[in-house]
Design a protein around this ligand. Structure first.
Ligand SMILES: Cc1cc2nc3c(=O)[nH]c(=O)nc-3n(C[C@H](O)[C@H](O)[C@H](O)COP(=O)(O)OP(=O)(O)OC[C@H]3O[C@@H](n4cnc5c(N)ncnc54)[C@H](O)[C@@H]3O)c2cc1C
Length: 426
């Protein structure tokens, strides 16, 4: 945790105390009286939390800090990578938030000092908060694979945050020759969207089957099993016979070195794989601002009270979405959305000095194996003091379903996307 007194914080940022006051340093909170909540990150977690905070208490002053004017979702980005959808179809702005009274600042938070309740932005502004919500998503552990650095993501894109990387990967797939090799390398747990790499494999296969049918996809996995594995492998055999080879971590899938210039991967088992396109998804950690501001543990994730999402490290700071440790919940957009609502209720209850209602949480992850072939996993969760967030029920698509069932699930996936993006950004 970085500690600043007010004067030091100003000096560090080149600001005067007067500017701090202007930024709202002296705001105060009491029941129903315009407490200031600053939210860092306008993705699924942050955008949802902003909306529900105002829904629960319309007197709050909500400031959402997000660098991008348009947020591109990772859900359905695999459809963009494979050319089925345009980038615009998964991009969302913040006008609805602004219309409901959320102050949206397009900037990056550089530092948080929780001892004096201030955040410093890269545009020079300093903002005081009564409550702070961090939903900065993920960052990457670049030192986990030898030879790989953030710079190399231009050459071997991870595309694990949607945007420019999504287009780079799409362009590489488009320009490769037929008959080559695409390597997809999913990381060790925990990471954003457990079934995401395998949906990507499926949709890349869908694209290749149509445009470059002699190409192979090699999945070099750091793990020995993965989410919805039986369903994915059944779908690959059915839809893309002979095209996808999955190598588990213990059987040679673990990569320990990459030569970016020759696009060659070296595995722990001593094998060498040369590829035309490499999609190496690095191991992950909480978004950088959560780490540099001192809210993470030694593994790079943020411990929270899983009932309220208040940081275990600092009071009045709440961390939601992929960055936090949320018991049995996966790191997904739906989970972040669900946590955003619980967190909003926790903050409002705390400001009102009331007990928070007993929370329940939910997650559903749809995956597309082709635009007409969907599978899903769903779960509901509760909180218990000893267990944290635990699963109370759920289900997964049946293995023996027919084509019309899979088509129906693909349609539900689109319905899910429309409703969750409306909930978070509409
Ligand atoms: C390929 C793929 C497919 C996926 N498919 C699904 C799916 O089908 N269903 C599903 O539920 N989930 C899916 N996910 C997972 C989902 O995208 C994430 O779990 C979700 O985005 C997490 O929400 P978040 O709010 O924690 O982070 P994000 O949505 O990443 O939002 C974080 C925001 O914080 C901002 N930010 C970061 N640092 C700062 C800073 N210092 N200052 C200000 N702002 C900052 C970023 O710009 C970003 O907009 C998928 C992920 C991938 C990669």
């Amino acid at each position: 945790m970085k500690h600043f007194n007010r004067r030091k914080f100003c000096k560090l940022l080149g600001f005067s105390a007067v500017q701090l006051s202007v930024a709202g340093l002296l705001s105060s909170c009491s029941k129903g009286t315009s407490a200031r909540v600053v939210i860092v990150g306008g993705g699924f977690g942050g955008a949802t939390c902003a909306k529900y905070l105002l829904r629960f208490d319309s007197s709050l002053q909500i400031t959402l800090v997000e660098p991008s004017e348009k947020y591109m979702t990772c859900p359905f980005s695999n459809m963009v990578i494979t050319g089925v959808q345009a980038p615009d179809s998964i991009s969302h702005g913040y006008s609805a938030q602004q219309q409901r009274g959320v102050e949206v600042i397009h900037a990056k938070v550089q530092a948080v000092d929780a001892t004096v309740k201030m955040v410093a932005l890269d545009n020079g502004e300093v903002i005081h908060y009564d409550k702070l919500v961090l939903s900065p998503g993920i960052d990457f552990k670049w030192d986990a694979v030898e030879g790989m650095s953030a710079r190399d993501a231009e050459l071997i894109p991870h595309a694990w945050r949607a945007g420019r990387q999504t287009s780079i990967l799409r362009d590489q797939l488009k320009s490769m020759d037929d008959g080559g090799v695409v390597v997809v390398a999913p990381p060790e747990n925990p990471y954003r969207c457990p079934p995401g790499p395998y949906e990507r494999v499926s949709l890349i296969a869908h694209y290749l089957r149509q445009h470059k049918p002699k190409t192979k996809i090699l999945v070099l996995d750091a793990k020995d099993s993965f989410s919805k594995q039986a369903l994915f492998q059944q779908g690959w055999d059915e839809l893309y016979p002979g095209m996808v080879e999955w190598v588990s971590g213990s059987k040679g899938g673990r990569i320990d070195e990459v030569d970016v210039t020759t696009r060659t991967l070296h595995t722990e088992s001593g094998d060498k794989h040369k590829a035309d396109v490499i999609n190496l998804i690095p191991p992950q950690k909480a978004g950088e601002v959560a780490i540099t501001s001192g809210f993470s543990n030694e593994d790079g994730w943020c411990p929270v009270d899983q009932r309220t999402f208040e940081s275990e490290i600092h009071k009045d700071v709440y961390i939601i979405g992929d960055a936090c440790i949320a018991g049995k919940m996966p790191k997904s957009g739906f989970a972040a959305n669900s946590q955003g609502k619980v967190c909003a209720a926790a903050i409002v209850s705390s400001l009102w000095g009331e007990d928070m209602p007993e929370p329940s949480y939910v997650n559903t992850c749809y995956s597309l194996l082709s635009p007409e072939y969907g599978i899903s996993v769903a779960a509901v969760y509760r909180y218990d003091e000893n267990r944290g967030i635990y699963k109370t029920g759920g289900g997964v698509s049946p293995v023996d379903a027919d084509a019309s069932y899979r088509l129906q699930e693909a349609r539900y996936a689109r319905g899910w996307y429309d409703s969750i993006t409306m909930d978070a950004f509409g």
